[in-house]
Design a binder for this molecule. Structure first.
Ligand SMILES: *Cc1c(COP(=O)(O)O)cnc(C)c1O
Length: 469
C-alpha cells in the first residue's frame, strides 16, 4: 500500500536513469525529469493541473523543442489525423532520442496515421447506430455508455472515437445531458451507467458533480462508472478535493487506461492511491498496440505494476479498425499469445480479459487460448498452462439447480432470454440472419414451413430474427 505523503516526496526524486549523451545532460538542468524548457517552472505551477492543461503541446515547433522528431513524425505533426495535445507532464516522460519510446508512440503523430487499410471505418463500433439520443450508446441490455465530453487531457493517436474527440465544435450541451439523463430515467433496465467521452474528469468539477448527482437520483441506476485517462495524462488533477467529491456518489467504479509500465510514475502512484483510498474500485483497460505493448514481457510488467497500485486489469482490447490506427494493429493471435503467457504464470487478479470489440457494433467478444481439449459424454479433457493434460469426470445424474426449484428456470426479465443464452435456456431454438428465409426460398422449391408450435419470426432489433420454440 502507498502512503500519499511518502509518494509525494518520492515524486521529487531525481530523474530516472536515462540513456547516455545529450539527453541526460539536458535533463540534469532541473530537479525532476522535466525537459529544459520547463526547468524554471515553479513546482507549484508544474503540479497544478490547470497549468498543465493550459500549457499543452500541440505544434510542430513546440514538440521539436523537447523531442528530436523524425521525418515521419514531422509529417504527422504537419497534418495529423485529428487533434494533437500533450500535457507537459506526459511529454516529460518521452525519451527525446528514441523514436520507439512507448510513451512517445502513443501521443506523437506520424505520417502513417493517414494510411487507409482494409476494414477501416470512422465509427468502427457503430456507436452512432446504437444511440437513442446523442452521446448515449445503449448497446447492452442493462447498461449504457454516456459520452459527456469530447475533450481529453491528451489525445491517443489510436483513439477509437477520433471521429468526435478533440473537436472543440462538437461539444455536448446542457440539453444533450438532459436528454441523456431523461432516457436513463425512463429506461428502468439501465442499472449501470458508464461515463466516458472524451474524458469525464476533464469536465469542470461542478458540471461533473451535477451529472453524478442527477444520475444518483435515479433509483434504478445501481452503479456509476467513470472511464478516464486523466490519472495517466494529468495525475495532478486527482486532488483531495476531487476524490472527496467523487466518494459522495458511491457505488462509483473507475476504469483507467494504461498501456505501458512507464506510465506508472510516482505522480500517477499518488493519484491512484487517492482514488483507491476514496473507496473507488479501480480497473484498467489496455489497448494492444504494435511496437508499444505487444509482448508478454511488457504486458506482464504492466499488469504487475497495476495490481501493486490496487488497479485490477480489466480488459485488453484488440485495436479497433478505426481511421488513423491501422499501423497500431497486431494480429489477434498476438493477444492470445499474451494471455497464454499470463494465465497460470501470474496472479489471476493481474490478468485482463482479452476482447475484440466487434466491428459493426457487435460489442466486446472475449478471445482466449483453448483450454478445453476434448469431450465425450461424462468426461472433458482439459490442459493447463504447463501443458499438463487432465480429465474432469462429470456427474451422470446432474439435473440442474432448476429441477428442485422450477421457478428459478423462468427468466426474470425478457432480456435474460436474449441471444445464445436464450438457445440454452430453451426460449429459442435458433438464431438466423435477416433475410435467411427469403434467400433459401428458391423458385420451384417447396418452402419449408415451421411446425405449428413455432410462431412467426419477429425482428429483435439487432438486425436478427429470432424465433421462439
Ligand atoms: C464497453 C461497453 C460497455 C461496458 O461493457 P462491460 O463489459 O460491462 O464493461 C457498455 N456499453 C458500451 C457501448 C461499451 O462499449
Amino acid at each position: 500500500m502507498f502512503d500519499v505523503a511518502e509518494l509525494m516526496e518520492r515524486s521529487e526524486e531525481p530523474p530516472q536513469q536515462r540513456s547516455s549523451g545529450e539527453s541526460s545532460q539536458r535533463r540534469s538542468a532541473g530537479s525532476t525529469r522535466r525537459p529544459a524548457i520547463w526547468a524554471d517552472v515553479p513546482e507549484a505551477q508544474w503540479n497544478d493541473w490547470r497549468w498543465q492543461l493550459s500549457h499543452r503541446l500541440n505544434s510542430l515547433e513546440e514538440l521539436s523543442q523537447i523531442i528530436h522528431l523524425t521525418d515521419e513524425e514531422v509529417a504527422g505533426c504537419r497534418s495529423p489525423h485529428f487533434r494533437v495535445d500533450i500535457t507537459p507532464y506526459f511529454a516529460s516522460l518521452i525519451d527525446p532520442d528514441d523514436p520507439h519510446c512507448p510513451i512517445r508512440r502513443q501521443v506523437i503523430p506520424t505520417g502513417k496515421e493517414l494510411m487507409p487499410f482494409n476494414g477501416m471505418v470512422a465509427d468502427s463500433l457503430n456507436e452512432d447506430g446504437h444511440s437513442p439520443v446523442p452521446g448515449l450508446v445503449h448497446r447492452y441490455p442493462d447498461r449504457v455508455l454516456m459520452l459527456v465530453t469530447t475533450q481529453c487531457a491528451s489525445y491517443c493517436r489510436y483513439c477509437t472515437r477520433s471521429r468526435i474527440v478533440g473537436d472543440p465544435a462538437a461539444q455536448f450541451s446542457r440539453s444533450d445531458y438532459d436528454r441523456q439523463i431523461d432516457y436513463i430515467a425512463r429506461t428502468p433496465q439501465v442499472r449501470d451507467v458508464l461515463l466516458s467521452g472524451g474524458d469525464p474528469l476533464i469536465l469542470p468539477p461542478r458540471v461533473l458533480e451535477d451529472l453524478l448527482r442527477r444520475l444518483r437520483a435515479i433509483e434504478h441506476v445501481e452503479i456509476i462508472r467513470i472511464g478516464s485517462r486523466v490519472p495517466v495524462f494529468l495525475p495532478q488533477r486527482i486532488t483531495p478535493d476531487l476524490t472527496e467529491m467523487l466518494r459522495r456518489y458511491h457505488p462509483l467504479w473507475m476504469n483507467l487506461h494504461f498501456n505501458h509500465a512507464k506510465e506508472l510514475t510516482p505522480e500517477v502512484a499518488v493519484a491512484l492511491a487517492r482514488l483507491a483510498d476514496a473507496g473507488i474500485p479501480l480497473g484498467a483497460q489496455t489497448v494492444l498496440l504494435a511496437g508499444i505493448n505487444d509482448s508478454v514481457a511488457v504486458m506482464k510488467e504492466l499488469v504487475h505494476k497495476l495490481v501493486r497500485h490496487r488497479v485490477r486489469p480489466y480488459y485488453l482490447y484488440q485495436c479497433d479498425l478505426v481511421e488513423g490506427a491501422g499501423h497500431f494493429r497486431t494480429t489477434v493471435s498476438k493477444g492470445i499469445e499474451i494471455i497464454e503467457g499470463l494465465r497460470g504464470h501470474t496472479s489471476g487478479y493481474a490478468i485482463p480479459t482479452y476482447v475484440v470489440d466487434a466491428p459493426g457494433g457487435g460489442g466486446k467478444i472475449p478471445v482466449m487460448p483453448q483450454y478445453l481439449i476434448s469431450q465425450a459424454p461424462g468426461k472433458v479433457v482439459l490442459r493447463n498452462f504447463e501443458g499438463f493434460i487432465t480429465t474432469y469426470d462429470e456427474p451422470n445424474d446432474y439435473t440442474g439447480h432448476t429441477a428442485a426449484r422450477p421457478e428459478a428456470a423462468r427468466p426474470r426479465h425478457d432480456l435474460d432470454s436474449e441471444g445464445v443464452h436464450g438457445l440454452l435456456a430453451g426460449v429459442a431454438t435458433f438464431i438466423k440472419p435477416e433475410g435467411f428465409d427469403q434467400r433459401h426460398a428458391r423458385p420451384g422449391e417447396v418452402r419449408w414451413e415451421p411446425p405449428p408450435a413455432v410462431p412467426a419470426a419477429a425482428p429483435d432489433g439487432n438486425g436478427h430474427q429470432r424465433e421462439r420454440g
